[in-house]
Ligand binder design. Structure first.
Ligand code: BEZ
Length: 227
């Protein structure tokens, strides 16, 4: 009889508490997500140190780090490499690598060492159909209460779009603040979607309101205060 041995990987889901772990990083030890209470965190994995696509991603994220910090969001990276590999790679990036207009880039956010793959497996970052030895490019958005709010996965060959990660963060923060939703390709400053009316009375109110623009009772948008 043939035995089908499968690697058991857990796949955290949107709306669940971010799985807890303690780890060694390039910025010291972390206790996740407790160290980040009250802040958004983008926890992201990359396949391996000293690889070109990952290098471009790290340079781009490092260049944008202040923009994310200004949005009350911290960045935390992970790969299944060891700490000394991480340190050597980040030093090489700073000393030797030029990509687009970026050079002399110092990565200051923590990069987790995960040679045991414990964290990568907890977060479903090892996807054996793609690779059983490297993490895929996963992105977890975790809110100030430690809840997973969005997850994006990319394959090994595809570098992420960091403007999209920033747009997604701002959209979720805006949705939380104003109890609205955001339409396709929404950019900050554009009109937002008013959630569909839950009663005939609200539908009528919406259709008659000056603040809300409705094409039909279920399709209403409004502008937000500029800030
Ligand atoms: C890269 O980052 O360049 C890469 C990593 C793993 C597989 C393919 C590309």
């Amino acid at each position: 009889m043939e035995t089908n041995v499968q690697t058991i990987v857990s796949m955290p889901r949107i709306g669940e508490k971010a799985p807890e772990f303690q780890a060694v990083t390039t910025q010291g030890n972390i206790n996740f997500p407790n160290d980040y209470q009250g802040k958004w965190v983008i926890l992201f994995s990359h396949p391996a140190d000293f690889t070109p696509v990952c290098t471009t991603e790290f340079m781009t994220f490092a260049k944008m780090e202040k923009e994310f910090n200004d949005l009350n969001c911290n960045l935390v990276g992970l790969s299944v490499d060891g700490l000394y590999s991480h340190i050597a790679w980040l030093r090489t990036i700073k000393e030797k690598i030029q990509f687009r207009d970026m050079k002399n880039i110092e990565v200051q956010f923590p990069l987790i060492e995960d040679i045991t793959m414990e964290v990568a497996k907890k977060y479903g970052m090892i996807q054996p159909g793609e690779s059983s030895t490297k993490a895929v490019r996963a992105v977890f958005f975790i809110d100030p209460k430690g809840i997973i709010r969005a997850i994006i996965y990319y394959p090994l060959s595809l570098g992420r779009n960091f403007d999209e990660l920033k747009r997604a963060l701002i959209a979720m923060q805006t949705a939380d603040k104003y109890s609205i939703a955001t339409p396709a390709d929404w950019r900050p400053g554009e009109d937002v979607i008013v959630p569909p009316a839950g009663s005939c009375g609200t539908a009528k109110e919406r259709m008659e309101s000056d603040d809300v623009k409705c094409s039909d009772w279920f399709f209403c948008t409004k502008s937000l205060p500029m800030n």
